[in-house]
Design a binder for this molecule. Structure first.
Ligand code: F3S
Length: 387
């Protein structure tokens, strides 16, 4: 492959993986079963990134394993309705075309595990998108590092990754015990716990105790927030995650921290300002069918006048249309978009200044983008819907 027998692109991309392996002291490459590729929004890529992707496609880069895509900067059909500028849409279309030429599935979601891309326990994969990495490593027990756009493309094309980091048993051990003091109730509570943990631990692997019985939504929220305020790529939850049991023997002597209700309230206050006319944004990470059901139940018969935007994947959207949830949300004046999210869409160009959300990850990035934010539970944020 290095000699260019597959394609000139495969040779260059393999060189990248080998160089990375050398930097991290990897002994060898391993085969990976699937890739999830980030760096899809034209907002982040710009012209230089787009040209690099088109060059790879022209040089023969083709995925040899299953490869899915992270969100783009717009709903690929409803971008005009979103208010996305024409020039941006043209760039975004070219990005998706380049990936399609590389035989990558244009899933455009950060929750590939909700639409059938579910790595097996113990399998080696190459995933980017920090929230999906956390879910894959922690909840599914697959093995990936926090990959980047270029390295996931390299792994998709070569079927390989360098063997280092979270691919090795010794690096999957916990470094700190996090004791949860009170019963966590809402998805927002778990998002707060993740945000607090990431801030305190940086990249150390946490071992959570007393997590309760987190829902699927709570599991995705916890990992997404851990990976936002810190660089956490893997967490264990006693009685919750598949590797937690075998990690018990490594707990002796570890530092312990405690997170309680006061910490959660304090964390929400960091990202909460008084707002006048916010857009309520839900679906970070992309909504599950259960979240769309809950939102539909809360807004039914209301009059939102476009002040609620919900983001999800195409697969979940189709199920939610079938179940009638999308119809209920839209009849109440809310919007449901696919392929994109509040962080990777050009929301400032779309005129947004204030947002309310239940996701610490979304609030963190939107605050960094200069927007005013508010954190609340889905129920709190939708409780004042006129109707
Ligand atoms: Fe997904 Fe966008 Fe949040 S990519 S995790 S919805 S910031």
């Amino acid at each position: 492959m290095l000699a260019g027998e597959d394609s000139p692109a495969a040779a260059k991309l393999l060189e990248l993986l080998v160089a990375l392996g050398e930097v991290f002291g990897a002994e060898r490459l391993v085969t990976v079963e699937s890739a999830h590729i980030s760096g899809v929004s034209y907002k982040n890529l710009g012209e230089a990134g787009l040209e690099w992707l088109e060059e790879q496609a022209d040089l023969g880069a083709r995925a040899r394993i299953r490869a899915t895509l992270n969100p783009a900067g717009m709903d690929m059909d409803l971008w005009r309705e979103m208010g996305v500028p024409e020039e941006f849409a043209e760039g975004q279309r070219r990005v998706i075309e380049a990936f399609e030429m590389m035989d990558v599935e244009p899933t455009c979601t950060c929750t590939p595990y909700l639409i059938g891309h579910i790595p097996k326990f113990g399998s080696q994969v190459a995933w980017a998108e920090s929230s999906a990495v956390c879910f894959s490593n922690s909840v599914l027990g697959a093995r990936t590092n926090r990959e980047s756009g270029p390295t996931t493309i390299a792994s998709a094309v070569t079927g390989l990754a360098a063997l280092y980091g979270y691919r090795l048993d010794e690096n999957r051990r916990p470094g700190v015990i996090v004791d949860v003091e009170e019963v966590l109730m809402t998805t927002m509570d778990y998002s707060a716990l993740g945000y607090i943990t990431g801030r305190r631990l940086g990249t150390t692997v946490p071992y959570f105790r007393r997590l309760g019985r987190p829902s699927l939504e709570a599991l995705k929220a916890l990992g997404a927030a851990c990976a936002t305020s810190g660089g956490i790529a893997l967490w264990h939850g006693e009685g919750v995650t598949p590797e937690a049991g075998v990690m018990e023997e490594h707990l002796a002597g570890l530092e312990k921290i405690v997170v309680g209700r006061g910490d959660i309230e304090e964390a929400a206050a960091w990202l909460t300002r008084p707002l006048n006319d916010p857009v309520t944004v839900l679906g970070c990470p992309h909504s599950t069918l259960g979240e769309l059901r809950e939102i539909a139940g809360l807004v039914k018969g209301g009059d939102l006048e476009g002040s609620l935007w919900v983001f999800t994947s195409r697969g979940v959207y189709a199920e939610a249309v079938e179940a009638g949830y999308v119809g209920v949300i839209e009849e109440a004046g809310g919007r449901v978009y696919r392929d994109t999210c509040m962080v990777v869409a050009p929301v400032r160009e779309m005129g947004w200044r204030e947002v309310a959300t239940n996701s610490f990850k979304a609030a963190h990035y939107m605050a960094n983008m200069g927007l005013e934010t508010r954190i609340g539970t889905i129920r709190e944020l939708l409780s004042e819907v006129p109707g």
